[in-house]
Write a protein that binds this ligand. Structure first.
Ligand SMILES: NC(=O)c1ccc[n+]([C@@H]2O[C@H](COP(=O)([O-])OP(=O)(O)OC[C@H]3O[C@@H](n4cnc5c(N)ncnc54)[C@H](OP(=O)(O)O)[C@@H]3O)[C@@H](O)[C@H]2O)c1
Length: 246
């Protein structure tokens, strides 16, 4: 029996490269996983990707955290999927990176879209899910990327830099709010490419050393660890292994 047996984990962005690996990681530990997607049509593929077993505790919820109204609907769906279970861990791996013209050629609408698909969805998710777990030995973990810290290798990726930096900064805001609460808020900022489960390349077609199942030790370590209010940068797979041992 693992320390996650009987625990309940809500995964936002569950159909994604990172999110699907997170789902499988917690299922393998005996947790009950609620996978959230904006599109019910994606759950069949996710079930295949996860190679779901009869013994897996798994439920799905359709939800979009883009604005207040859709967040309310998403929460109703998550509550149905929880069927009375209390949430132990929330992992938000929603959104990816928007590409666009270099900064001075982009429109403010493009910038707002990039923030909507990174910062706003995490903001709405935190507003909806965090208050209910503040006084539990629970975690709320977001996912961002190393573009936050570097000049983008291609100017078309500058909005990814903004989005990831915004998620990292938002972590600090939530950390301040929850400093005296029991819940632990953190963000994993991943600085390298990750392949989808069973794959060998990331979304940019670049070879990836491991697939998203390889990130399992990092997410499990945060969920069972003591980290609170941190943006934890993973510079390499060696950092994943180190976090697992921390
Ligand atoms: N993959 C990598 O190599 C890599 C490396 C470093 C960091 N990261 C970070 O990891 C996080 C997740 O990346 P990923 O590779 O898993 O991305 P992904 O494969 O595109 O998955 C993200 C998921 O988020 C969901 N989503 C919900 N709201 C969204 C919105 N408004 N816009 C776009 N997607 C939305 C989508 O699921 P539905 O359509 O089903 O709702 C999508 O499957 C990101 O923060 C990314 O920067 C990824």
């Amino acid at each position: 029996m693992s320390s996650f047996t009987g625990k309940t984990v809500v995964v936002l962005g569950a159909t994604g490269v990172v999110g699907s690996g997170i789902c499988r990681a917690f299922l393998d530990q005996g947790a009950f996983v609620v996978a959230v997607s904006r599109n019910a049509g994606r759950f069949d593929d996710l079930s295949k990707t996860l190679a779901l077993k009869a013994s897996d505790g798994f439920a799905t919820a359709v939800g979009d955290f883009k604005d207040e109204a859709s967040t309310g609907l998403a929460m109703a769906g998550i509550d149905r999927a929880l069927a009375g279970r209390a949430i132990d861990h929330v992992i938000s791996s929603q959104g990816f990176v928007k590409f666009g013209p270099p900064p001075t050629q982009s429109t403010s609408a493009q910038l707002n879209d990039a923030l909507a698909d990174g910062l706003t969805i995490n903001f709405n998710a935190a507003k909806a899910l965090l208050p209910g777990i503040k006084q539990r030995a629970a975690t709320f973990t977001m996912v961002s990327g190393g573009l936050a810290h570097i000049p983008p290798p291609d100017p078309a990726m500058w909005m990814g830099t903004i989005k990831n930096a915004a998620v990292n900064a938002f972590t600090l805001g939530l950390a301040a709010e929850t400093a005296r609460d029991v819940v632990r808020v953190n963000t994993l900022c991943i600085h390298f490419g990750i392949a989808p489960i069973g794959g060998k390349q990331n979304q940019f077609g670049l070879p990836a050393e491991r697939d998203s199942l390889g990130l399992a030790p990092a997410f499990l370590a945060i969920a069972r660890g003591k980290q609170k209010g941190h943006v934890l940068c993973l510079n390499s797979w060696a950092d994943v292994d180190a976090l697992a041992k921390s």
